[in-house]
Design a protein around this ligand. Structure first.
Ligand code: ADP
Length: 555
């Protein structure tokens, strides 16, 4: 027997429709690529989203068609987030930090028919256009006055497209399982893999973000997603904010700490989210200038592990709450978030820290477990570690048109195998040990690169650290640590090694410590360990000394 309730399908456009109706005067503030700050309200935005939908239909976009975007966080990108799925098409966000060949690969793989782009990426498009086989038209996200001269074929102007169209749209009723968004993982191994979100998954994820205990935005507050809209939907913030009535603040192309600080300050931002690198840079900026952010209530930190040093600095030095979270492109992306249970929240700082550093507890609608190498479930006792597996209505069930990669990542019971190693304790706190491929195996002992990095970053002179494996003839692999010192700070290799000695196991003490001025980053803002490893191996083989160097370069 079925229940007698309406089967109203969940739809993305309903989020902004609700926002325009009930939070119509709440603002969206964007730093534009053209320069000035742009302001309008949810009501204004919804009207323009309707115009955009008409323009898309006028260009022949039909249900299921893919529309690519190469854009920063800004109001026009926000309009595409809604207008494209609103007509039943698929908004394919493209990460401009990927290598050009990867961008060409994913645009062709997705078969994007239209490509919307911020002015910043015009030179890239001019170069790539001949390789983009299915793209019929390019749309530059600017107004007529800023349209550049370009040899790019079939190039349109965003504001001209919207001119003269009506600001209402007969939004179609779509199947809630219809594809709505597409995002490719950065593909550090093999080609990027597409994750195809649906209306249903996107709405459920937005509701998950908005749960009172999820550390997200709240009504009446301003929220600034530092996490880019071109990767994993800016953690779903642009979908959750309209229904809760939070002001959205978009940083546009300016990610340097000074520009971010200025927006945080002037717009009185209360909640923000980003990868640790962003928070490290902002921290250093505030320390250097003596500036503070009294309105900033909470920062969400994820994408890479948060360290003790970062957590202590924000919470104790600046009074800003830090909420750790874990997720992946495949999990929409937020899979766990960390708001402490009352018992843990009332513990003395040193004990509380242990919980704060966890990646959080599973969220409602995200089932999690850890398994051993043969797929057998492991106890959730906070001690056993195994591969983290997830399942739920906003977790991907396969990769887009990639059977081989899908077969490798999902099991017969539908669990997605994340490639991350974790423990889960009795209260459900998940602690990520490492990515499987980043763990270092030295003489039969596993070393967690995350643990080693966290310990190194507790040293007062160390700003950022990355640990990785270097091949070693005797031990198989040995850990090497790359370190970026705080500006003006000094520390020798020996000093850092002896600082680590009391904090981590003997076999985890790095074989070598390299000082770097700047870290190389991946397209998603994580330290590119592969590049560091190549440098370390090259440095070893170039070293004048001895036998060991020769061995390692042959290994
Ligand atoms: P990419 O691999 O393209 O960077 P994702 O953004 O999907 O793609 O990254 C997901 C991965 O990031 C996770 O599998 C995990 O290894 C890592 N990660 C995310 N959040 C955390 C966290 N809080 N702590 C440790 N690792 C994290």
């Amino acid at each position: 027997m079925f229940g007698l309730m309406m089967d109203t399908p969940l739809s993305i456009v309903s989020l902004i429709e609700f926002g325009a109706r009930y939070n119509g005067t709440v603002e969206i503030v964007s730093r534009t690529v053209e320069g000035p700050i742009h302001r309008y309200t949810y009501r204004d935005s919804f009207a323009r989203i309707a115009r955009l939908a008409r323009a898309l239909a006028g260009l022949g976009m039909r249900e299921g068609d893919r529309v690519g975007t190469l854009a920063w966080n800004g109001h026009r990108h926000f309009e595409l987030y809604y207008g494209v799925p609103g007509i039943g098409a698929v908004c394919h966000t493209i990460n401009p930090r990927l290598f050009p060949e990867q961008i060409a690969f994913i645009v062709n793989h997705a078969e994007d028919r239209l490509l919307f782009s911020d002015l910043t990426f015009l030179p890239l498009l001019e170069k790539l256009a001949p390789a983009l086989r299915k793209v019929e038209k390019f749309v530059l996200m600017t107004d007529r006055a800023h349209m550049p001269k370009t040899g790019l074929r079939d190039c349109l102007c965003y504001e001209e497209l919207l001119e003269g169209t009506a600001d209402t749209y007969p939004w179609p009723t779509l199947d809630e399982r219809a594809a709505a968004g597409l995002c490719y993982t950065s593909g550090t191994t093999g080609n990027p893999k597409g994750v195809l979100y649906s209306h249903r998954s996107t709405v459920l994820h937005a509701l998950g973000n908005n749960l009172r205990d999820s550390a997200g935005a709240r009504a009446g507050e301003a929220v600034l997603p530092v996490v880019p809209m071109f990767h994993v939907n800016a953690w779903g913030i642009p979908f959750g904010a309209p229904i809760i009535g939070a002001k959205l603040v978009f940083p546009g192309p300016k990610y340097d700490p000074e520009s971010l600080y200025e927006l945080f300050h002037t717009e009185k931002v209360a909640f923000s989210a980003g990868v640790p690198t962003v928070w490290i840079a902002l921290l250093e900026y505030m320390r250097k200038t003596g500036k503070r952010l009294p309105d900033l209530r909470t920062i969400g930190v994820g994408g890479s592990a948060m360290t003790q040093a970062l957590c202590e600095a924000y919470e104790r030095e600046f009074g800003i709450e830090v909420a750790h979270g874990w997720g992946m492109t495949e999990t929409s992306p937020v899979g766990t978030h960390n708001t402490l249970l009352p018992r843990e929240a009332s513990l003395p700082w040193e004990e509380r820290l242990r919980y704060k550093l966890a990646q959080g507890r599973g969220r409602f609608l995200v089932e999690i477990k850890i398994v051993d190498a043969r797929g057998r479930r492991l106890p959730e006792d906070g001690v056993a570690t195994g591969e983290l597996c997830v399942r739920g209505p906003y977790v991907a069930s396969a990769y887009y048109h990639d059977e081989e990669a899908s077969r490798a990542a999902w099991d017969e019971e539908g669990w997605f195998h994340t490639g991350d190693v974790a423990s889960i304790d009795v209260e459900g706190y998940v602690r990520i040990v490492d990515r499987i491929k980043d763990m270092i195996k030295s003489g039969g002992e596993w070393i967690s690169s995350i643990e080693l990095e966290g310990a190194a970053m507790s040293h007062a002179a160390v700003l950022e650290a990355a640990a990785f494996a270097r091949p070693d003839k005797k031990w198989g692999e040995r850990p090497v640590l790359a370190v970026r010192l705080r500006p003006g700070a000094r520390a020798s290799k020996e000093e850092i090694a002896s600082f680590l000695a009391g904090r981590i196991a003997k076999w985890a003490i790095p074989e070598d410590i390299m000082f770097v001025e700047e870290f190389p980053y991946t397209a998603t803002g994580k330290v590119a360990k592969r590049i560091l490893r190549e440098r370390a191996v090259a440095a070893l083989s170039a070293a004048p000394a001895p036998a060991q160097a020769a061995q390692a370069s042959r290994a």
